[in-house]
Design a binder for this molecule. Sequence first.
Ligand code: HEC
Ligand code: HEC
Ligand code: HEC
Ligand code: HEC
Ligand code: HEC
Ligand code: HEC
Length: 439
Amino acid sequence: MKDVLDLYRFVRKAIKKVITNNVSMTRKSLTARILKTFAFTALLTVTFMTAFSQEIPTDEANISEGKTLFNANCKTCHSVQNKLVGPALKDVYDRAPSVEWIISFVKNSQKVIKGGDEYAVALYKEYNNTEMTPFDSFSDEEILDILAYIKNETDNPEVVAEAVSETSEDAQADSAIPSTYLNAIVIGLIIVLALIFVVLVLITTVLTKYVNNKDLDKEDKEFVNQSFSIGATLSSKPFIFLVVFLFSAIMFKVVINGLFSIGIQKNYQPTQPIAFSHQIHAGQYEIDCNYCHTGVMKSKNANIPSPNICMNCHSSITKGTNTGETEISKIYDAIENNKPIEWVRIHNLPDLSYFNHSQHVNVGGVECQTCHGPIEEMDVVKQHSMLTMGWCVDCHRNTELNTKDNKYYDKLVELHKEDSDKALTVEDNGGLECAKCHY
Ligand code: HEC
Ligand code: HEC
Ligand code: HEC
Ligand code: HEC
Ligand code: HEC
Ligand code: HEC
């Protein structure tokens, strides 16, 4: 600054001198002064730029650090590819004013908006004045790591959907094979039976003809040539016995099937009061199961989310792609009338049994999908497993205990190693004791 003022004074003096014809100053010294000032300003700009403009890192380490930070702090409101509560973050470094702007916005967006920044104010308005959580405690490096992750996701979007649909088709093909076999076997049997029947009819006609040519007394002749009477057959004892036997066998099977399926509701898929889709929320937008089923890691029950949790997002998302405003507005009705949404319960164990989610998900490390199936592909949830005692017990027999990083199991693991070389299963830990599952 001082140099610029100096130059200005110097030039003014020079002009004065020229005007007053007192040209004692040489042209050389003027050029030198101008050059010096120019060099100084250039230097100043360069230091300013290097001090404040920051590069998005591209290292694997930064990207994975950024991914962790993003999932823990931003994922509830942002996705890289899709608009959620906040904008899709892909290319954000290209559309936002600068990387520095992003850093200060993430640290405290309200400060930037209140400061009157044009881009920030417009964005805030576009998102119905939704306030983004401030992240004051983040360092610049951490935010740059998040940007590194976003950039990586933008450039290499994951292709997961295809693999998933392929495996589910495989599964369908697997279950289709036995039923086609069964049909083929039945049809084959029917053909064989028909052939045997035809052969039998041929044999009897030939035999009748042969016997008729012999000398027979009257009684024998009558017997050989007796006509086949439908009425007589229907009222014959063997026939009645056969019918009664078949009928009771079928009834028996139906009743047994019915008895065995009491309380078993595999594939139960009721219509819900709001057309809530896991395929959209958990699949397409990858919202964590925990975000809504808040109890799953720490308590017996997984919990169904209250309308307030829906409102975290639906205060700003008022329209759905498939159902427009009709379904989402039911959330607002529930909030306004202070009435809970009456979700229909799908999974339900009888009261005599005890099941705990955190024990399985948190301690045991069992995936939701192992028991509930591919929920993230279901538009409407349906019960995937039998939920019978046999189902629980089977898994306890076959599943290894998750003993990693769990001091509680150290001693048990040692003891088990001493007298067995098989893996330590839930069964070995008393997972088949009646009292563990029954009150
Ligand atoms: C509570 C929800 C919420 C959370 C959590 C959140 N954001 Fe945001 N974010 C928003 C909203 C809403 C906007 C749109 C601007 C506004 O309304 O303030 C936004 C805007 C942004 C923008 C500007 C986007 C653009 O198009 O220019 C960036 C960058 C951003 N967020 C990054 C982050 C990062 C990084 C995190 C995690 C550390 C994060 N946000 C966490 C809600 C959130
Ligand atoms: C945005 C919130 C949200 C997310 C995310 C979410 N769910 Fe749900 N979930 C619900 C709601 C609401 C219901 C009740 C309505 C229904 O059955 O569709 C429900 C129902 C269920 C049920 C059936 C409960 C019953 O009645 O027996 C299961 C099982 C389930 N969710 C598992 C999951 C799994 C696994 C994930 C993660 C892959 C997940 N959910 C993610 C909101 C969510
Ligand atoms: C973390 C954010 C988030 C939460 C929490 C959330 N949703 Fe959504 N919801 C979305 C997004 C994103 C969409 C997709 C909007 C679109 O189609 O453009 C959506 C769409 C919907 C739709 C419309 C689907 C369609 O395509 O028509 C319904 C209905 C819905 N949500 C119900 C719920 C209910 C009920 C809850 C609470 C149990 C809930 N949502 C919680 C983000 C959320
Ligand atoms: C070991 C099997 C198993 C695993 C793993 C599991 N669940 Fe469940 N889930 C069940 C059973 C069994 C019920 C029925 C519980 C009852 O009726 O008491 C159930 C019920 C539910 C319900 C209905 C409401 C409730 O709390 O009873 C929801 C929601 C649910 N599970 C979500 C989840 C989510 C989300 C995960 C993963 C984080 C998960 N479950 C993992 C077996 C499992
Ligand atoms: C997919 C496999 C799987 C299924 C299905 C399953 N469990 Fe488990 N269960 C486990 C695992 C793994 C553990 C061990 C968790 C741990 O490390 O403590 C466990 C532990 C338990 C425990 C604690 C046992 C102990 O020794 O402390 C109880 C109780 C239990 N399960 C009940 C049930 C009931 C009831 C059902 C059926 C409704 C069921 N489980 C279905 C895998 C399963
Ligand atoms: C891993 C958990 C688990 C263990 C261990 C277990 N049960 Fe069960 N049991 C269940 C569940 C879940 C049900 C309810 C589901 C059903 O009706 O099939 C049940 C149902 C029952 C029923 C009701 C009859 C029926 O089929 O509805 C009886 C009786 C029973 N158990 C006895 C026992 C006895 C005795 C033992 C010990 C030898 C035992 N259970 C061990 C989980 C368990």
